[in-house]
Design a protein around this ligand. Structure first.
Ligand SMILES: [Zn+2]
Length: 95
């Protein structure tokens, strides 16, 4: 599943979300302090994992210094399960 390049605003910071060939992680998020910060999403994730990874990286972007990795991991997982159970499906980020 491919995520096209998309410009978004998260907590007042402009981010680019794009697909990338990531080896180690499913997603990566730059500090909002760097120039042209990005959220990179590994290509080929299924719908459930894509939702979780997007939420995870957007949580990092929203509160870069305030949120721990553990909090972000647990919260994004819980939120993705709830949204998926409520019927969320990807209808715009596919190839
Ligand atoms: Zn993380």
């Amino acid at each position: 599943m491919k995520v096209p390049t998309k410009k978004v605003s998260i907590a007042g910071n402009e981010y680019t979300i794009r697909t990338a060939k990531l080896r180690k992680n499913h997603g990566e998020c730059d500090s909002p302090r760097c120039k042209n910060p990005e959220i990179r999403i590994k290509a080929g994730l299924d719908q459930k994992l894509l939702l979780e990874v997007l939420l995870h990286e957007m949580l990092h972007a929203s509160a870069w210094l305030a949120l721990s990795e553990e909090y972000v991991t647990v919260t994004a997982r819980d939120m993705s399960h709830i949204l998926y159970d409520l019927g969320w499906r990807n209808d715009g980020f596919q190839d």
